[in-house]
Write a protein that binds this ligand. Structure first.
Ligand code: CMP
Length: 136
């Protein structure tokens, strides 16, 4: 059993996609074990994306994630990390397969609707960052 992190980015919240994305997660029989709508502190987002610090898009992605409310979701289930990554689709929505969240609902890499942990180690780090109080 694994737990992974999903963030619904500001564009997803603004487009009223909280329910649609959460519905897909639950329909897969993955369990929501943490869920909150927050205005993310800039320091938290910078720490979250620390591995991208030297990339040209670092400032713009941090600006974007702090531009409005986001939803942080802890998701538990067998192979949850890989299952969620596959469900969200390729990072760039133009490469994402139909049937995935990005393939169905997103168009640009700057507004790719969600973040999900890349591997179990990243999931543990990111869950500790976004759910310091722990999950259910
Ligand atoms: P995410 O999975 O949240 O991880 C880093 C984010 O940076 C990525 O999704 C994109 O939303 C954003 N981003 C913006 N430009 C790029 C880019 N050229 N390559 C990768 N990620 C990018």
């Amino acid at each position: 059993m694994e737990t992974t992190l999903v963030l619904i980015k500001p564009g997803g919240v603004q487009r009223n996609l909280i329910g649609e994305i959460t519905r897909r997660i639950e329909a897969r029989n993955l369990k929501v074990t943490g869920l909150k709508l927050i205005n993310a502190p800039r320091t938290t987002v910078e720490e979250h994306y620390a591995e991208h610090k030297e990339r040209p898009f670092f400032t713009s992605v941090v600006d974007y994630l702090t531009s409005g409310p986001i939803v942080a979701i802890a998701v538990q289930g067998d192979n949850a990390v890989k299952a969620i990554r596959a469900m969200m689709g390729a990072t760039n929505p133009v490469d994402a397969a139909p049937g995935t969240v990005r393939g169905d609902l997103a168009l640009t890499i700057e507004d790719n609707l969600t973040h999900s942990s890349s591997d179990p180690e990243a999931a543990a780090r990111e869950l500790a960052l976004w759910f310091p109080e722990g999950t259910i």
